[in-house]
Design a protein around this ligand. Structure first.
Ligand code: F3S
Length: 427
């Protein structure tokens, strides 16, 4: 790989041992990918948390944060001092909500360790956003900027909705990127790799979050890891709907980029999205395809006696939190149901100040941050049947937990939380 003088100096250790190791990691990574150079990044979103069960199981000295950073963020057996991040860097979702850790099944000691790690990495420049939706809480690049982000739903949002450029990175590459400001130039950093390959003709109205989730789930199945351009969208979606669309498409397939002419910023027409070439495949999305997506998510479920409802995958926006509070106002969650509502901690703070948390929690629910059941594998005690308004969570939870999981609208899920029965339908 060709390196600039500044990059060579970092590799040679002129900027300290950690950056030398980070450059070595990025070179090995870039060469394996066939990249011929590095590119400067404006933002990094990765993970520095040390208290997930995975890390604890592997490392007895779980509060030796320099060793954790060296091993897990730099792939280095030698411990080096953790330097400050050189570009805006944020922590994505991790495992523990330190306010609700007991309900999640974590000990006080684990929560205290989590807080200690937050202070340590915070002092090294890592902003503790603690969410899979950093773009909802101020970590927002501009169109055309190169970034290094982890987390599939965040990556597809960054590429398609914001127009920033990133591949799905890992813990090591984001760790190295945060202290060098570099990432290998390949994949979706390269303009030619961002054009659509598949066209999807949407033939039915798509008007709600449930509609957009089902559309994303169907499109991911159709195109897998390719780039679709959606034609026929006749009404502007809300940001939350695109958030759900991308998360679903990245779950049933591996979609990291898409175009919707008139909605997403990189192409004003299908022809421009396709780079002036014919699509390799044309798919249609009508009532039958929508129904198929619903059946794929819900068709194997045999029990409707829900005892856990999860809302907020990807993490809820402030608008979504207000809506949930509205639906729960003056109502009571069923005695045999746990309702967990997930949102970034910054939005939870806003909800605390505005009385939204109080409304939701008076109904008997918990407002959770920093985590989700698919990541920490923690569900309320006694969980057997789950309901969620997220295709992504409904896709992963049965495999991760072994529990039947219903996908439905937000209203269906609130109804399940109040009645203890899932009564949703695709219409
Ligand atoms: Fe976020 Fe967890 Fe869903 S990481 S996108 S809430 S599976």
């Amino acid at each position: 790989m060709r390196l600039s003088d500044a990059e060579k100096a970092m590799l040679d250790g002129d900027a300290g041992p950690a950056k030398a190791r980070a450059m070595d990691l990025l070179l090995r990574y870039g060469e394996a990918l066939g990249a011929d150079r590095l590119i400067e990044v404006s933002h990094v979103a990765g993970t520095w948390s040390s208290t997930t069960p995975f890390v604890q199981a592997d490392l007895p000295e779980a509060d030796d944060f320099d060793t954790i950073f060296s091993r897990f963020n730099l792939d280095s057996d030698i411990t080096v001092e953790t330097p400050r991040a050189v570009v805006p860097t944020c922590q994505l979702i991790h495992g523990i909500d330190t306010r609700n850790h007991a309900a999640q099944g974590f000990s006080d000691a684990q929560a205290a360790l989590q807080r200690k790690s937050e202070h340590f990495f915070g002092s090294r420049g890592v902003q503790w956003c603690s969410t899979c939706t950093p773009y909802q809480v101020g970590h927002v690049p501009l169109k055309g900027q190169h970034v290094a982000w982890m987390e599939s739903s965040a990556v597809v949002y960054a590429n398609a909705v914001i127009g920033a450029r990133t591949n799905v990175e890992g813990r090591e590459s984001t760790g190295a990127a945060s202290i060098t400001g570099r990432i290998p130039y390949f994949g979706l950093h390269v303009p030619e790799n961002r054009v659509a390959t598949h066209r999807v003709d949407v033939e039915i109205p798509v008007r709600t979050m449930r509609d957009w989730g089902l559309l994303g789930y169907a499109v991911g199945s159709m195109v897998q890891e390719e780039i679709p351009v959606l034609c026929g969208i006749d009404a502007l979606p809300r940001p939350e709907w695109l958030k759900h669309f991308g998360a679903a498409a990245a779950s049933s397939g591996g979609v990291e980029m898409y175009h919707i002419p008139g909605v997403t910023p990189e192409a004003a027409s299908a022809d421009e999205a396709l780079g002036g070439t014919a699509p390799r495949h044309v798919h249609r999305y009508g009532a039958a395809e929508r129904r198929r997506a619903w059946d794929r998510l819900n068709g194997a479920n045999t029990r409707d006696d829900v005892n856990f409802v999860m809302l907020g995958c990807p993490h809820n926006s402030s608008d979504q939190m207000w809506r949930i509070a509205e639906l729960l106002e003056g109502r009571r969650v069923h005695g045999s149901v746990a309702l967990w509502v997930h949102t970034p901690r910054q939005i939870r703070h806003l909800c605390d100040e505005s009385g939204v948390t109080g409304t939701i929690e008076r109904a008997g629910a918990l407002v959770m941050s920093d985590s989700c059941p698919a990541i920490n594998r923690m569900t309320p005690q006694g969980t057997q049947v789950i309901a969620t308004d997220s295709c992504k969570q409904a896709h992963y939870l049965p495999a991760i937990t072994g529990y039947q999981t219903w996908f439905g609208s937000l209203e269906d899920c609130i109804d399940a939380a109040i009645t203890g029965r899932f009564r949703g339908s695709p219409e």
